[in-house]
Design a protein around this ligand. Structure first.
Ligand SMILES: *Cc1c(COP(=O)(O)O)cnc(C)c1O
Length: 405
């Protein structure tokens, strides 16, 4: 076999299907984010699609904690958690996370992806006869973890309580069950009916596993997520989150009972056999969590910017999904136009919004996923709306009648 030919032809296929991914090469500038330099593009750009939802990646408290820890402890952890890699900063961060979610314990992973993969994989594989009931729109990391466990999997229709209940009711009451779902879904920005799912879990004796990756830091009086906002944290068996999105750093975690965390700590390959996060990263994440526990200013400013962008889109009739979260999916509905608009926004307007096409979202629902943050100014919003309006006309895309809003 000619290996290079094989790789090339597979990539050509991807390009022909319109699924080849081009990365913008960015250099963010501390203190001026969302501005950044796009090295393979037009130079200075404004980022409108970052998951650094609150700008915590440049918050002085976070940077100061990281500088201090770096100077105090050095670069890396120097080992896996088991062999010399559990530093004081890791332990403090896990305590911060357990407290954030009102749980007995928390367990840190190198990313949210790894936390889902390892925790779901371990629970589903190790609990005898465990069936996983997985929401149809769950993130790839959850799907991979469940698949890896080789446990029986039942996929229930997205956010559909009736379908979930039908699937639960068809299983023997005493069979172990794990309901896996998210709070804020990242592409549509819709929110799961967590209380009702917990009711079903109680009725059918199931455990619950909630991915709050797009909610931690952003919702609830202390940034504990949607479950905190709705007073439901104690009803969930496992809450999973990331330190890489609203908290602005890197890493993932689960928060749960002491026994469950100890169980995953003891049996999860993806936890055990990998070098621990650098202590400076742990210290930065802890500082970010601590700040957002006591400060609601970033959350309020973000909600304010989200409302402003939505209102301005409505004024010019651009269709967007009206959801209850901070995620604004502007619907283009055509993969070529979606990519074209994104390209021209970048090239001619210095506005960076990655196009979201199939297979990330279903065909015909291609979109621009806009994530306003406290660090976007009124002038940034003006430029965004002006450019989108122009391109909408140029692409002959339909507008919503004003009366409909
Ligand atoms: C991004 C994401 C993850 C993975 O988190 P990382 O820390 O980026 O690895 C997990 N779940 C969902 C829903 C996500 O969007």
């Amino acid at each position: 076999m000619n290996y290079q030919d094989f790789f090339r032809s597979e990539l050509d296929q991807l390009r022909d299907d319109g699924n080849y991914r081009d990365f913008a090469e960015l250099e963010r500038h501390r203190g001026t984010f969302p501005q950044a330099t796009c090295h393979n593009g037009p130079g200075e750009v404004t980022i409108w699609c970052s998951n650094d939802y609150l700008g915590m990646g440049q918050h002085p408290a976070v940077l100061s904690a990281m500088h201090t820890a770096l100077d105090r402890t050095g670069a890396g952890a120097g080992g896996t958690r088991n062999i010399s890699g559990t530093t004081h900063d890791h332990v403090l961060l896990e305590a911060e996370l357990a407290d954030l979610h009102g749980k007995e314990a928390a367990l840190l992973f190198t990313s949210g992806y790894v936390s889902n993969w390892a925790a779901l994989g371990t629970l589903a594989a190790r609990i005898p006869g465990c069936v996983v009931l997985s929401d149809a729109l769950n993130h790839a990391s959850m799907i991979e973890g469940i698949r890896h466990s080789k446990a029986q999997k039942l996929i229930w229709k997205h956010n559909d309580l009736r379908d979930l209940e039908a699937k639960l009711a068809a299983l023997p009451l005493n069979q172990p069950k794990l309901i896996a779902f998210e709070s804020v879904y990242s592409m549509d920005g819709d929110i799961a009916p967590i209380a009702e799912i917990c009711d079903l879990a109680d009725r059918y004796n199931a455990m619950t596993y909630l991915d709050e990756v797009h909610a931690v830091g952003l919702y609830g009086p202390r940034g504990g997520g949607i479950a905190e906002r709705e007073g439901l944290m104690d009803r969930l068996t496992v809450i999973e989150g990331t330190l890489g999105k609203a908290f602005g750093v890197m890493g993932g975690y689960i928060a749960a009972s002491g026994e469950l965390c100890d169980f995953v700590r003891s049996f999860a390959s993806g936890f055990i056999f990998t070098t621990a996060l650098p202590p400076a990263v742990a210290a930065g994440a802890a500082a970010s969590i601590r700040h957002l526990k006591s400060s609601g200013a970033e959350r309020a400013a973000q909600q304010d910017r989200v409302a402003a962008v939505r209102a301005r889109l409505d004024e010019i009739g651009l269709p967007h999904i009206d959801n209850p979260s901070h995620i604004i999916p502007v619907m283009v509905g055509d993969p070529v136009k979606c990519k074209y608009i994104s390209d021209i926004l970048l090239r001619d307007h210095g506005i960076y919004i990655q196009p979201i096409n199939y297979p990330t979202v279903p065909k015909g629902t291609e979109r621009l996923r806009i994530t306003p943050s406290p660090v976007h100014s009124a002038a940034d919003i003006d430029r965004l709306i002006h450019a989108l309006g122009q391109l909408w006309t140029q692409c002959a895309l339909a507008r919503q009648p004003l009366a409909a809003q």
